[in-house]
Design a protein around this ligand. Structure first.
Ligand code: NAP
Length: 329
């Protein structure tokens, strides 16, 4: 396993992060703990969870699994979604964040979180209130680094500028949905992250399973994609373009003697600016497949082929700005 520094920080994280959204749900507790053990045995140190995953069960299982090797793990969790019926049991207010971190620490059986992430932008709370609270948490030692997830580029830039102006700690990472079938981040967020040295840790790197080659143009098979809601719902993935991407992934996998999941993850690992894709696996066999994305290099020509088939259309204002590029740019 290789390691990369997370954004501008000195924190080293493994090139693949283990996602735990299914833990306590479609992955039972014993298999979840076994998966964490195997991940650490493969050299992984970066584990992502959230207060809302399976109503806190995911955090509880992760806490149990890493209890005796806490300092070996870079533990990431999140706050923002609804955790109670209370009017303040949601959002990025000082109250919800302060209550949220205490509840997460308890479930995780630890006294600090390595990477505390705001799960999604909150239109109701001024970002100034959120950033001041997060800075206080870092000062208190309960949180070591802060990150964000599901932001527009302007929201991230506004946050970074406010943190810098206020001499607060700034977000070291963004967790966007990003994969060969979900490249919206390439519009603005990707270049912002390169410019500002913010680490990118993509969620749903397999498109929720779509990129594993297990789906055909007909009907979804049993599993996450049969769900009618959510980004990975069949209706959001099953387009002609996405099936052309899957075809290209399967072709590359045959050429490389790898699995489609390994190819899809490897493409991300080798993409500029990507720190660590957060992969999911609801079964141990899936985990074994996905972890095979490490330990080899994808040849540049194949990487470019996959890049081209999945790229966003060249659009305004990019097209216009490019037209007027000066020779030394
Ligand atoms: N920040 C956010 O808003 C956000 C949102 C979503 C997720 N996340 C994080 O990102 C992690 C990964 O998200 P994700 O689960 O959507 O990502 P994903 O890796 O794109 O999809 C994982 C799903 O794909 C299927 N799968 C995985 N490996 C497979 C294989 N080798 N062969 C066949 N099928 C395979 C399984 O679906 P089945 O269960 O159907 O078999 C699995 O649950 C989560 O655990 C969580 O930590 C963050």
């Amino acid at each position: 396993m290789n390691f990369k520094l997370l954004g501008k920080s000195g924190l080293a994280v493994s090139e693949l992060c283990l996602g735990t959204m299914t833990f306590g749900n479609t992955t039972n507790e014993a298999d979840s703990i076994e998966m964490i053990d195997r991940y650490i045995d493969h050299g992984g140190n970066f584990i992502d969870t959230a207060d809302v995953y399976v109503s806190g069960k995911s955090e509880e299982i992760v806490g149990k699994a890493i209890k005796n090797r806490r300092s070996d793990v870079v533990l990431a969790t999140k706050v923002r979604m609804t955790t109670s019926n209370n009017i303040n049991g949601v959002g990025l207010s000082r109250k919800h964040i302060m209550d949220g971190v205490e509840a997460s620490l308890k479930r995780l059986q630890t006294d600090y979180v390595d990477l505390y992430q705001v799960h999604v932008w909150d239109h109701a709370t001024p970002i100034e209130e959120t950033l001041r609270t997060l800075d206080d948490l870092v000062t208190s030692g309960k949180v070591r680094y802060i990150g964000c997830s599901n932001f527009f580029a302007w929201q991230l830039m506004k946050s970074l500028a406010y943190s810098d102006a206020s001499r607060y700690v700034r977000f070291v990472s963004i967790q966007p949905q990003y994969s060969l079938v979900s490249r919206q981040m390439d519009r603005e967020m990707h270049s912002l992250c390169l410019e500002e040295k913010v680490g990118i840790i993509p969620w749903a790197p397999l498109g929720g399973g779509f990129l594993t080659g297990r789906y055909t143009r007909e009907e979804p098979i049993e599993g996450r994609m049969t769900s009618k809601v959510g980004e990975s719902a069949w209706i959001n993935r099953a387009s002609d373009k996405n099936f052309a991407i899957v075809d290209a992934v399967i072709e590359a996998a045959k050429e490389l003697d790898k699995s489609p999941a390994q190819v899809a993850l490897r493409w991300l690992i080798q993409r500029e600016g990507i720190t660590s894709p957060i992969f999911g696996a609801s079964k141990l066999e899936q985990f074994e497949d996905n972890i095979g994305a490490i330990g080899w290099e994808m040849p540049v020509d194949i990487w470019h082929r996959l890049d081209q088939v999945s790229a966003l259309p060249d659009d305004y204002p990019n097209r216009f700005i490019d037209k007027f590029r000066r020779p030394f740019e």
